[in-house]
Design a protein around this ligand. Structure first.
Ligand SMILES: [Zn+2]
Length: 167
């Protein structure tokens, strides 16, 4: 895949994907080329993209390995699926704060093992989000939130204006 085609796909899909994942307020930058030893371990997306998400500043950098899309049956589709996968890493980025918080208290010799478990857990969370997304988009599943809103009594304007007042 060329940088030009990748840029077209990013420009026409990144904002829509960010909105769909609830992170349109994040600043997401795109870089071409992975850093040494850096590759997403997620199912099916090995070596295609990585995402470095900094929750405290709501900024993320998605790195794209253009070579990984060579010789693919449908490189555009794989590209968009990988981009969507990386977007889910942004969704669960707040858990990185936990990792940073515990690092000073973990013995160095145990840190690699803990990171391996964390990486595996993160990828499984992302995979579950992908299943959830597939379910919502490919099956006739009623949206729970919509059902609850539809069944709840209408909200009275007075209760909003005076939330702590008498009922
Ligand atoms: Zn991943």
């Amino acid at each position: 895949m060329t940088e030009e085609r990748a840029a077209e796909l990013v420009n026409s899909n990144l904002m829509r994907l960010a909105e769909l994942h609830g992170v349109p307020h994040w600043r997401i930058s795109i870089r071409f080329g992975l850093e040494d030893g850096d590759a997403d371990q997620g199912n099916g997306f090995l070596g295609t993209m990585t995402c470095d998400a900094r929750e405290e500043r709501e900024r993320a950098c998605i790195r794209i390995n253009l070579d990984a899309f060579k010789d693919q049956d449908d490189p555009d589709q794989l590209f968009l699926e990988a981009l969507s996968h990386e977007m889910k890493h942004i969704v669960i980025a707040p858990f990185e704060a936990f990792t940073k918080a515990i690092e000073p208290f973990i013995p160095k010799e145990a840190w690699d093992s803990i990171c391996a478990v964390r990486t595996s857990a993160v990828e499984r969370c992302v995979r579950n989000l992908e299943r959830f997304e597939f379910c919502l988009t490919h099956r006739d599943v009623p949206a729970v939130a919509t059902t609850e809103v539809a069944n709840s009594p209408p909200v009275e304007v007075n209760s909003l204006a005076n939330p702590g007042g008498p009922k």
